[in-house]
Ligand binder design. Structure first.
Ligand code: FES
Length: 134
């Protein structure tokens, strides 16, 4: 889904679009668009593409781009709490972003996420884990 820029005159975003709020909180999508055991790709304004996961009712958000060779992880499979890349099958532990096997060796950035008023939001200025940390 394509993101839309925040408009302070008309703050209501079109349905299904991510919104950058003045407090740097980014509204990604309604939580009910991510069923348990599923993941969706969101392209928020000003941020890298993100993957939103629902693992046993808990929402997580990571970078969507595989750290090995730039594949979209949401084109892969979610197996429990591990997302498996569709290209070379590296797995990443979603809550921590840590790679589980080769060929990936760098962690995904994990964003601090929450559900607020029925929407999944992230705070990009304070990621939970940065892929650069590993
Ligand atoms: S592109 Fe993801 S493991 Fe190679």
């Amino acid at each position: 889904m394509r993101g839309a820029a925040f408009d302070p005159v008309d703050p209501e975003p079109p349905p299904g679009t991510a919104t950058l709020c003045p407090d740097r909180r980014v509204v990604l999508c309604p939580v009910d668009t991510v069923p348990v055991g599923r993941m969706v790709r969101v392209e928020p304004p000003g941020l890298e593409p993100l993957a939103v996961y629902n693992i046993d009712g808990t929402v997580h958000v990571t970078a969507d781009t595989c750290t090995h060779a730039l594949a979209s992880l949401t084109d892969g499979e979610l197996e429990g709490d591990v997302v498996v890349c569709p290209v070379h099958w590296a797995g990443f532990h979603v809550p921590t972003g840590l790679p589980q096997c080769f060929p990936a060796t760098r962690a995904l950035t994990v964003y601090r996420a929450a559900v607020e008023s029925g929407d999944v939001v992230v705070y990009p200025d304070s990621p939970a884990h940065s892929g650069e940390d590993s």
